[in-house]
Design a protein around this ligand. Sequence first.
Ligand code: ZN
Length: 426
Amino acid sequence: MNHHLPWLILVVLFGACIGSFLNVVICRLPAGESLVRPPSRCPRCGHPLAWYDNVPVLGWFWLRGRCRYCQTPISIQYPLIEAATALLFGLVFIALYWGGWRPFWQELDLAGTWPALLVMLTLVATLIAATVIDARLFIIPTAIPWVAAIAAVVVLPLASFWLEPLRLVAAPAWPQWLHPAIGDAAVRMGLGGAAGLVVANLLMWLGVLPRSFPEHEYVAVTGQGQDEGGRDAGGIGGEGPGASNDAQDSGSQASGGGAVNSLGQGGDEPWYEHPYPRREAAREVLFIAWPLIGMMLGHAFIAPASSLPEPVSVLGAVLMGALVGAGLVWVVRILGTLAFGREAMGLGDVHLMLGVGACLGWFDAVVVFFLAPFLGLGYTLVLTGAGRVLRREVRQVPYGPHLAAAALIVLIFGGETLLDALGVLP
Ligand SMILES: [Zn+2]
């Protein structure tokens, strides 16, 4: 018990420093600026900050929230994000090693799980950055969830070379009550599906598969949801070079979007919609078919997971998590777009769940997927109850924060424990 305390303090301090870096990511990544150069400076007067002004949380209070050189107020967002990251890192650490409901983490302890802990903390950091950017700009730059996915794909299989039972904590792809054969199939489907995903990306790169929702086809829409006439070519392209084409996240949920037209009160600023969303959704089916075929072929032809080397087996479990997380959101996006005739859920959310699934495994990714809408519903009810249904908030409901919150809850409690507590388990 007590031997954890120094580590907890270290993890919290580490979180504050990572939070400081997340501030840089949140400010610079959507604008397409470099994350390393120039070093921290006042956004107003451009004066570089001294190291002691840069100390997480404390620096802001030390300066009393103002630039030392030009007295411009510094946003409270900086110390808030640093403090939130520190607290969430500490919370996750306590939940995994002290809570009593993550048995594998506690049995294996820090010595047997620290690489997996690093992956989970990476996930938490990416969730914070994605949440803040999505809430502000309605986009999730794909680079952010990919950091978590790559951490899981690289670290977890590598660590299993010397940490024997790592798969139990790192990619808990199947709970105890599921048949072992399901876990075995998941590993093979993960390997095959990832190969299919590579093929699909290759075909898109070669131009054989079309890109869906090309930016230049978007049309500006205002107020009442009517076409403002002018086809604003490339209008949405100005959203920020840092966000790739895939990060194009209209942010509007199907349900949130439906509320728009009824509430329109004379449009001021336009937003952008694709004129033929159903056609584009059908194009995405052509892409998603490849990983699905890969999964089936992997299931049929790859050797049983028990005969694979442990790192390959862990890799398969991680890949399956990524595919299931991303796939669930993508299928909802395609079905929602076909049903409602407007772009439902952004590709940014698909990428976000790719990172979540890679880190948490396919089972917990499914739990996250079904938990998130309830959080979204609760949030909307609270907003409505508080009478704060501002037009802007209703018009575009970013879904990323709800997915991120659900992922954090599942990380803290474990999907299986959560379902057990809710009485959903068989
Ligand atoms: Zn200044």
